[in-house]
Ligand binder design. Structure first.
Ligand SMILES: Cc1ncc(COP(=O)(O)O)c(C=O)c1O
Length: 289
């Protein structure tokens, strides 16, 4: 398996935070690996180990045109000796995005599907249900969402030795948020939804986090119009953060975490004296500027 070192935690230089006596640190999971970076490695490591234990030789999964998940799976598959197939929600005649070109270069077979067919694959939550149809294959649901992905995220706690009042993280499938809620029961976890209409996730994720834990919320107000949409406030906060720090942000996920945090600071929802950790979940492959 790929062996990665713990990611560093560093202070975020941010006038808004210091003006309000709030300390903000960032866990640089974007530095975990040059390709399988951010929450991708956290979510995939036990799943890939499980695939090996089950003697599966073929990883099958799904994602969009710019999917960080497909990108990471294609690279990890090539490195670890798995055949990989990506079910992609796009027309076969469309030009490949740079993300999909990388996937293809790393040997991933791309199968294009309609939106309707793609939605059916979303229902294949469990490996076992899929396995019957595809011998030797190992099914990873969208974004890798699974108990093993959540377990992988929980390992972040081994690398954080200070108490934080809040942890802020971008939220798609919610696996990363679940893992953090379970691993840091005394911290308030704020998952910032990257897409519109994420309210339904509250009930779904509660099943995975466990009802005894109420230390997490989903911020559904900072998707900026929907998945991969941007607006001026998002660009402004990302520009300010990037110009005062040594890291970059993707606009699909991590810039939205900072935008949501800035609103919470401005409205006083996060009190002076608080300390906050943002998890940098990677995603920079999608930003090809
Ligand atoms: C860069 C990045 N950040 C955050 C997320 C959201 O993670 P999760 O699906 O675990 O909520 C994703 C999607 O997996 C992602 O690619």
């Amino acid at each position: 398996m790929l062996k990665l070192n713990p990611s560093p935690i560093q202070k975020v230089e941010w006038q808004l935070a210091s003006d309000n006596s709030i300390s903000v640190d960032i866990k640089r999971d974007d530095l975990l690996h040059s390709i399988v970076s951010g929450n991708k490695w956290r979510k995939l490591k036990y799943l890939l180990a499980d695939a090996k234990v089950k003697s599966s030789s073929h990883i099958m999964t799904m994602g969009g045109n710019w999917s960080n998940h497909l990108h990471a799976v294609a690279f990890a598959g090539k490195t670890l000796g798995f055949k990989t197939t990506g079910i992609v929600r796009a027309h076969p005649e469309q030009a490949l995005t740079p993300t999909l070109k990388d996937c293809k270069r790393w040997g991933m077979e791309l199968r294009f599907t309609t939106r309707r067919e793609y939605a059916k694959y979303r229902k294949f939550q469990a490996w076992d249900s899929f396995h019957n149809n595809q011998p030797n294959s190992y099914w990873l649901s969208e974004g890798g969402f699974s108990e093993l992905a959540i377990k992988g995220v929980m390992d972040i706690a081994d690398e954080v030795d200070k108490h934080y009042d809040y942890i802020v993280v971008a939220c798609g499938s919610g696996a990363t948020l679940c893992g953090l809620a379970k691993a840091f029961p005394k911290t308030q976890i704020i998952g910032v939804a990257a897409f519109a209409g994420a309210e339904y996730l509250r009930d779904e994720l509660a099943l995975y986090v466990g009802c005894e834990l109420e230390n997490w919320i989903i911020d559904t107000e900072h998707h900026c119009g929907g998945f991969a949409k941007t607006n001026e406030s998002l660009k402004a906060v990302a520009t300010e953060i990037e110009s005062n720090n040594n890291f970059k942000l993707d606009f699909v996920y991590n810039a939205k975490s900072f935008l949501a945090l800035s609103t919470r600071i401005l409205t006083g929802a996060i009190a002076p004296g608080s300390n906050v950790l943002i998890i940098h979940t990677g995603g920079l492959q999608g930003r090809r500027d």
